[in-house]
Design a protein around this ligand. Structure first.
Ligand SMILES: Nc1nc2c(ncn2[C@@H]2O[C@H](COP(=O)(O)OP(=O)(O)OP(=O)(O)O)[C@@H](O)[C@H]2O)c(=O)[nH]1
Ligand SMILES: [Mg+2]
Length: 279
């Protein structure tokens, strides 16, 4: 597949960035960890479980910040990107789930891998998992908002407040100029025809409506909303599953790469610009 080669051979557009860093953000049980495993599986050429996922999920199964480096099964080298996994978001009445202010800290690269999130308090500067001066590749270069297609009906009224939290994260990312996209998981659960044949996704009205709902409620343009089905029950890789995941990933990496390039060209890095402010 051509897309897989493009991702393998991606050239990073900033001299000091070791790899692009993506972060998945979304409600508990949205399929964040499974998404990371699914992407890992494609490159490993077999089903892979780097980021463990859960089957019965009322509270977040993922508790710690966990970054997956993915090794390419063919070259045995690490791919030019990593994906960070975090605890899921819960409604405002819940006494569990990740805090929005902690997510913003992750975006800025202030939290080290392995940190266990605490709902009742944000990370402290004195914490040994707090990183004061993060390098560029410790910062997040694209935020992937993960939302399940079968739950879009609850977005509009947002009774528990999860959508409001996702919007806050998006706003925080926008202030940091970090690009944001939506990956809409569980398309198989949202439409029976798609469940039978994943290719129906391209013509399914139902899926399109759900993508529009995600776009509207999360404030991300339609062309930044990608529907996928994760590997959750399969025993083998499938081209139709891979294509959706890879086309989303390819776009996401392009945005992340654009972002690091902009950082390289930003005025503080430009000596001529600095001179012109001095004289
Ligand atoms: N049908 C279907 N099930 C999925 C899909 N993606 C994930 N799942 C299932 O959904 C459940 C939750 O997935 P996780 O990946 O653990 O969700 P998470 O967002 O990491 O959840 P927390 O870590 O608890 O915040 C698991 O049982 C997965 O197998 C999908 O695309 N389709
Ligand atoms: Mg998880």
């Amino acid at each position: 597949m051509e897309m897989i080669e493009e991702v393998r051979n991606l050239k990073l557009r900033h001299p000091k960035v070791e790899h692009l860093r993506l972060l998945v953000v979304g409600p508990v049980g949205a399929g964040k960890s499974t998404l990371i495993n699914s992407i890992g599986s494609i490159f490993q050429g077999r089903l892979y479980q780097g980021a463990l996922a859960d089957t019965a999920c009322d509270t977040s199964f993922t508790q710690k910040l966990q970054t997956q480096k993915i090794r390419d099964g063919e070259s045995e080298k690490f791919l030019p990107f990593v994906i960070s996994d975090i605890m899921g978001l819960e409604g405002s009445a819940s006494a569990a789930g990740i805090r929005v202010d902690d997510i913003i800290m992750v975006l800025q690269g202030h939290i080290k891998d392995g940190y266990r999130f605490i709902h009742s308090e944000p990370i402290k500067r004195q914490d040994r998992s707090y990183r004061s001066n993060p390098d560029l590749h410790k910062k997040v270069h694209c935020v992937v908002l993960v939302f399940p297609a079968d739950k879009t009906a609850m977005m509009e009224h947002d009774e528990d407040g999860v959508i409001a939290k996702m919007r806050e994260v998006r706003k925080g990312a926008a202030e940091l100029k970090i690009p944001q996209v939506v990956v809409m998981t569980m398309v198989d659960k949202a439409c029976p025809e798609v469940r039978k044949d994943l290719k129906m996704i391209y013509s399914s009205k139902k899926i399109k409506e759900k993508m529009q709902e995600c776009s509207k409620q999360l404030g991300v343009p339609m062309n930044y909303v990608y529907p996928v089905k994760n590997y959750h029950e399969e025993t083998e890789l499938r081209d139709d599953v891979d294509v959706l995941l890879l086309s989303a990933l390819k776009q996401i990496l392009t945005f992340a790469n654009d972002h690091v390039q902009e950082l390289d060209n930003s005025p503080t890095f430009n000596p001529l610009k600095r001179l012109s402010t001095i004289f």
